[in-house]
Design a protein around this ligand. Structure first.
Ligand SMILES: [Zn+2]
Length: 199
């Protein structure tokens, strides 16, 4: 393969990776508190399985999230994405003659390959940081809501709807329709899709 062709394929791989990172970050914050079936499908796409409903609720609650998937599931998905893109990079490089330390012997290409590997290794931390910023309500908004006793409860409930919910392990289920983890409420309907929680 000509160096220019390899450079072109590396650029495509990087572009592809950036697209997956955006997709992952969006999907992780767009799902209900603790996830749902759409998010499970994203995890599966990156070769990962999801946690039980109680763990999902406990983790998202402890993190003070207002919505979205848990940090540990998001990290696993990002690690899976990074590993898949890394495997794609190795497939691309496999047919090339390699020198010491795996160098392809073309300084500009070797520099580019090293930069891409470094970028791949940063994916889990970067996705995690973006996700944390997306799903935690701004602290100043929470602090401001404490200003008025009357506004406080309503505002805090909006910012962190699960903040003061005491989880009862025996009553935590996964909605059969959308897969969102939650406690069976008095009306026995999923708070996200309104389907019956158990029938
Ligand atoms: Zn549901």
């Amino acid at each position: 393969m000509h160096p220019a062709e390899i450079a072109q394929r590396l650029a495509e791989l990087e572009h592809h990776l950036d697209g997956h990172v955006r997709y992952l970050v969006h999907a992780a914050q767009a799902c209900p508190f603790g996830g749902n079936r759409d998010w499970d499908a994203v995890l599966a796409r990156y070769g990962q399985s999801h946690d039980p409903p109680l763990k999902r609720l406990e983790e998202a609650q402890a993190a003070g999230q207002s919505r979205g998937a848990t940090a540990s599931e998001v990290r696993r998905a990002a690690e899976g994405l990074s590993a898949q893109a890394g495997a794609e990079l190795e497939r691309l490089l496999a047919p090339l003659p390699r020198g010491p330390a795996g160098a392809v012997g073309h300084p500009a290409l070797d520099h580019r390959i090293a930069a891409l590997r470094a970028k791949l290794s940063r994916v889990p931390d970067e996705v995690g940081a973006q996700h944390a910023a997306n799903v935690r309500p701004p602290q100043q908004a929470v602090a401001a809501s404490v200003g008025s006793v009357f506004a406080n409860a309503v505002a805090t409930a909006k910012l962190t709807p699960w903040a003061n919910v005491k989880l009862d392990p025996a009553r935590v289920f996964e909605c059969r329709a959308c897969g969102a983890p939650q406690q069976v409420e008095l009306d026995f309907h999923c708070r996200y899709c309104r389907a019956p929680m158990q029938g």
